[in-house]
Design a protein around this ligand. Structure first.
Ligand SMILES: Nc1nc2c(c(=O)[nH]1)N[C@H]1C(S)=C(S)[C@@H](COP(=O)(O)OP(=O)(O)OC[C@H]3O[C@@H](n4cnc5c(=O)[nH]c(N)nc54)[C@H](O)[C@@H]3O)O[C@H]1N2
Ligand SMILES: Nc1nc2c(c(=O)[nH]1)N[C@H]1C(S)=C(S)[C@@H](COP(=O)(O)OP(=O)(O)OC[C@H]3O[C@@H](n4cnc5c(=O)[nH]c(N)nc54)[C@H](O)[C@@H]3O)O[C@H]1N2
Ligand SMILES: [Mo]
Length: 764
């Protein structure tokens, strides 16, 4: 059987091999040839994630000071090869196809067409993009943007651009008098930025990479390590080799959390040594069930402590820590004691014995790390899930000491860093006073638009212009049908990009594609070759040097493009020498240091420190920069995070990434670890649900929104795949299913679209 759209052979099987191993070698080998990579790819891979080398454009996992011989993974290699494709999208390509034709292409085919080479302007008369010079592009874009109300223009960034570029971009926005600076983080770990800040006063992980050498238990929630941060598997294997217990909560049995064969271990590769079992316990929680699962564990811990206190035994909770450092513990403890097991079991989908078994690991462990990803953050009550995770850690003092703490695994390679250097819509997170004194202008104080607010403004027609620094906003955001229609009415859209994507293909009145260098490419400026920098999930900052000959000599670097736009829009300001900055990125780093002296002292000197330099984290030494000055316990507002009631026929749709994609970039159609090949149009369903509905494996169904807001949202042509997933949940792929997510279905405070629990039903 073949997929009608892709023409690929569909094979659904049960993958039983480990993550890593020969499969990852084959995975790389399959994607690389399509890109016709030259020797530059191998050379780049050799330098990937090593001190003084090139920092991978895939995930944000830490780069160790003492790297492995090959410090890259299957998916990092795919990302590098994808960037270094020898295919080109030239002006001749755009002569061949109209934009309406290209809009019909699959996401995979658009990006596989290759690297963009020239600045392109949309010509409505011919429905084609036509080439322009850089001078023409900047002049025309500047002329239009100057007619807009800056407060109604969005300056989006996808989390890949460097610290230097991001700083310049956010400065451009504020000098223009606005801070509509949503970034991909708004769809991702913004729940972390808001929730951890509220609870412990630091918006990011409190742990560093070497804390993994000191923990004795890891609890993981809603993260897919084998696909999304495969280098972390080496860390987990090292933990397992030391006897660390790993307890995983995930509706799906993700292969990476089950088993791993280290491609750099000859014995495991020769199958002379068994693959490493990663999780010692695996709990298939219902989507949205983490609050209840964590509550059950907290209840077990608190009641064990109550017993110890009554019987004069050794305390189970760290009561010294709680008394000295925390607030609202009593309220939380009462809530846990009162919670009924029936409800905990129902909401979590786990048995009481399973939850107590997990809690017993926690109570034995001296130092616990809690790892998590989108399974926690992308829910209506995602903040409550996160608060529960913090409560759980606080009970035994597992924050602010060695080998313990929350470990959000961030997405894009510099998404955390962008926030650090000013990409934020929130005034309180911007260095307002320093901007005033250093650059002598009056920064805006009115809050800007985040991603959801930007989408609202686009749909309502209030938005007058959209600039995107990387990414694929139209494809990544929810409410896809309405967004697509509104997108094509935007007065002006400007896309700084390496590859063609859907956001470029629904042009409004004026649309531009500005092609830029990739991070792996040599960036030659007036003072010579330049380095850029980024921040990983552990707040470590690294320099990165691209060495490969650029895809075209017509490309500009991202800093040069941002400077070009800023100069075209803003009045000159002698304190902001855009051209000098483009000539020497070291000067941008000096400006960053001047703006953020605590985090970036001696930035240029420390750029290539092995393992990166650490920007510090107050909660890691128990300094709580919260409202109360303490670490805060929080009682959850609901027992499941989906934010909608259960109802006959209603399912919780979980939107997932396959092993063959990087967000909206689709490398191929093989979701190896899940045994789904050849198609992405699937609905992974529990056997009992399939039977109850009178369906069969392989049937075609349509899913529709069950949000009860009167809006029709449908995706047709999905193939039922019988899958090991809890009853009442359906798994499917992002971005294809973004039609089904209502814009207003987002995490309450952080506004992260709630893509992990979307109310849907099967269309009769
Ligand atoms: N190769 C590759 N690497 C990537 C990316 C990529 O697309 N491809 N994307 C990057 C980006 S931007 C990000 S943000 C990260 C994303 O990495 P992850 O945080 O791993 O995000 P997802 O792939 O969306 O997977 C979320 C996981 O949560 C589980 N889950 C869903 N709902 C729930 C729930 O209610 N509770 C629990 N406990 N689990 C749940 C799913 O089964 C899945 O395993 O990866 C980054 N790295
Ligand atoms: N339903 C659902 N929706 C989701 C998610 C989900 O789990 N479920 N996940 C959300 C998350 S976590 C995220 S982070 C967002 C991702 O949203 P985005 O970050 O906006 O999307 P990407 O797919 O990463 O962007 C891919 C494009 O980036 C451009 N690009 C690649 N490299 C470079 C570069 O070096 N420079 C520049 N300028 N451009 C470059 C290419 O043109 C490519 O087409 O999606 C979100 N949407
Ligand atoms: Mo992300």
């Amino acid at each position: 059987m073949r997929d009608e759209d892709t023409g690929e052979e569909i094979v659904i099987s049960n993958y039983t091999g480990p993550s890593g191993g020969w499969g990852s070698m084959k995975g790389m080998a399959r994607v690389l040839p399509g890109e016709h990579p030259g020797p530059a790819v191998l050379d780049t891979l050799r330098r990937q994630n090593k001190p003084g080398g090139f920092m991978c454009v895939s995930c944000a996992w830490g780069k160790p000071a003492k790297p492995h011989t090959a410090e890259f993974c299957e998916n990092g290699a795919k990302a590098t090869a994808w960037e270094l494709s020898s295919n080109r999208v030239t002006p001749a390509f755009f002569q061949r196809y109209t934009v309406s034709e290209l809009a019909e292409w699959l996401d995979h085919d658009l990006e596989q067409a290759g690297r963009l080479t020239h600045p392109m302007r949309y010509d409505a008369a011919t429905d084609r993009y036509v080439a322009a010079s850089w001078d023409e592009a900047f002049a025309a874009i500047g002329a239009t943007l100057k007619t807009c109300d800056p407060k109604k223009v969005v300056l989006y960034s996808s989390g890949r651009a460097s610290l230097e570029t991001s700083f310049m971009y956010s400065l451009f926005a504020r000098m223009w008098g606005q801070q509509n600076l949503p970034d991909s983080s708004n769809m991702c770990h913004e729940t972390t930025s808001v929730g951890l800040k509220n609870a412990i006063g630091s918006p990011v992980a409190t742990i560093q990479l070497d804390d993994y050498e000191k923990c004795d238990a890891i609890f993981s929630f809603g993260q897919n390590v084998g696909t999304n941060s495969p280098r972390m598997l080496h860390t987990l294997k090292e933990c397992r080799d030391r006897g660390v217990e790993i307890v995983t909560f995930n509706p799906l049995r993700e292969r990476g959390w089950e088993s791993f064969a280290d491609p750099q271990n000859p014995l495991q590769m020769a199958k002379l040594q068994k693959p490493t079992t990663i999780s010692t316990q695996y709990h298939q929680v219902r989507a949205g069930g983490d609050i209840a699962a964590l509550l059950g564990m907290c209840k077990t811990v608190i009641e064990a402590d109550d017993r110890a206190l009554a019987e004069g035994g050794e305390r189970v909770i760290d009561h010294h820590f709680i008394a000295q450092h925390c607030t609202r513990f009593d309220e939380f403890a009462t809530f846990c004691r009162d919670a009924e097991w029936d409800r905990i079991v129902h909401e979590s989908g786990l048995t009481r014995a399973a939850i107590e078994g997990a809690a017993s690991v926690y109570m034995r462990a001296k130092a616990v790390i809690a790892v998590y990803g989108m399974g926690i953050t992308q829910h209506r009550f995602g903040m409550d899930s996160l608060y529960m995770l913090v409560n759980f850690l606080l009970l035994r003092g597992n924050i602010g000491r060695e080998g313990a703490g929350p470990g959000p695994v961030r997405g894009h390679s510099n998404v955390q860093g962008q926030r650090t250097v000013g990409i934020t819509e929130k005034t309180e997170l911007a260095p307002v006073e320093r901007l005033k004194t250093l650059f002598e202008f009056e920064p805006p104080t009115e809050k800007g638009w985040d991603t959801v607010e930007s989408c609202r403004a686009i749909i309502s027609g209030e938005c007058q212009g959209f600039v995107q620094l990387g990414g694929n906003f139209l494809r990544a955001t929810p409410e896809h049908a309405a967004m697509r229609e509104a997108w094509s009415k935007l007065p002006i859209a400007v896309h700084i990009a390496t590859k063609l994507n859907r956001s470029h293909l629904h042009p409004g009145k004026e649309s531009w594609i500005l092609p830029c260098l990739g991070r792996s490419e040599r960036d030659e400026q007036a003072t010579g070759p330049q380095a850029v920098s980024m921040e990983d999930s552990f707040s470590h900052i690294y320099g990165s040097v691209g060495k490969v000959t650029p895809a075209a000599d017509t490309l500009l670097s991202e800093p040069a493009i941002v400077a070009g736009l800023a100069k075209a829009v803003l009045a000159p300001n002698p304190n902001v020498p855009w051209d000098d900055w483009v000539g020497d990125y070291g000067l941008v780093r000096t400006a960053i240091e001047n703006c953020y002296p605590d985090k970036f002292a001696n930035f240029n000197e420390r750029l290539f420190e092995p393992g990166g330099f650490w920007k510090g984290n107050p909660a890691s030494h128990r300094e709580w920069q919260t409202e109360s000055g303490k670490a805060e316990f929080n009682v959850p507002r609901a027992l499941n995070s989906s934010g909608f009631a259960e109802k006959e026929g209603r399912f919780r749709l979980v939107t997932l990434r396959s092993n063959d994609q990087f967000n909206t970039t689709i490398y191929g159609y093989d979701d190896r670890f899940r045994g789904i090949r050849g198609t992405r149009m699937v609905a992974m369903m529990n056997r009992a649900d399939i039977a109850r509905l009178g369906l069969s494996d392989g049937d075609r169904i349509a899913l529709e929104s069950d949000a009860e807001d009167g809006v029709e949202r449908v995706v047709e042509g999905l193939r039922v795949v019988e899958y090991n997933i809890p009853e009442g949940c359906i798994g499917g792929y992002y971005p294809e299913l973004n039609y089904l997510i209502p814009l207003e279905h987002h995490a309450l405070e952080s506004h992260v679209p709630a893509g992990k629990s979307v109310p849907v039903r099967i269309r009769p």
